[in-house]
Design a protein around this ligand. Sequence first.
Ligand code: SF4
Length: 368
Amino acid sequence: MSDQSHQLLSPRRRTRQVRVGSVRVGGDAPISVQSMTKTDSRDVEATVHQIYDYAAHGCEIVRVSVPTKKAGEVFHEICSRSPIPVVADIHFDYRLALVAADGGAACLRINPGNIGGQDRVRAVVEKAGEKGISLRVGVNAGSLEKDLLEKFGSATPEAMVASALRHLEVLDREGFQEVKISLKASDVPRTVQAYRLLARQVDVPLHLGITEAGTPFGGTIRSAMGLGILLAEGIGDTIRVSLTGKGEEECDVGHEILRGLGLREGGFRMVSCPSCGRVQIDLDRVAHEIEAGLKAIGQENVTYAVMGCVVNGPGEARDADLGVAGGAGEGLIYRRGELIRKVKEEDLVPAFLEEARRLKAELDGAKV
Ligand code: SF4
């Protein structure tokens, strides 16, 4: 974490630690990024394929819904082929939770207050204990219990917290501690307030998310705001960005939120200017093509700069590990403060990527 991040962020909230397969959540574990598959979970091939795509984008935990008996029957195949721990998403039917646990789930997302009597809760908890897996209680403002809606008037943050505490109490009665919890609403103020209220009352690790956050544009903004506020207050142990779009994008956004706050290293940082009337190259194309090429190169912990002109360009480009400042139909490439190449606009992207590969080869060589 950088010095600036230390000044910005409150100390991380102390929580107990739970395990989701090989991933630790809470305590001093790094904040993990997770997502959920969007395929029909009866389709093993499509689901496993999607999990691999997510993993390639840094997904560390994946959730798969198990809505039916048929989905339960093939769930073990998904778990055995998944490169990352799988959380089974279960609603209401405790028998599916038992099937998913036997099938290799690393965690069960189930709300214990909604599955019937304490005997059913006991059956799930005993199975989870036997298999060494954790549970996630997932409170959602859209599906709060009726009596709480009546008591609080609507799905307020207080009502969400009351629901969370109720589910936790059911688990407490069974002495079950391996639990994390989420409290999601589709708007930022309610979500933030609910997590803040709960964070003061329990030491359970928190899974953060703005639910049904929207399409990538609005959803990314709302997620960055909500999760950013909470993370800056030291609240949150694992995050999921929900977007109406590709899960890979959810993972990318999740990592970017953590990196933006200095909570995650790795990946690269790309500085690029918005362009203005001074620009004399097609900066939009150049920046997007360079970014796509850099993703393929995959260098870690490096800053790149793609700047439009010679006013602010050279400064930023010089400060970066590798930077380009546009000119009149050409560009100057800087490497760690030094001007190394002057190339025509049409050669800018390949020349920049060539230098990026060279830098990577040197940095990788230096590590050995
Ligand atoms: S670097 Fe140049 S082109 Fe880009 S915004 Fe600044 S002044 Fe405009």
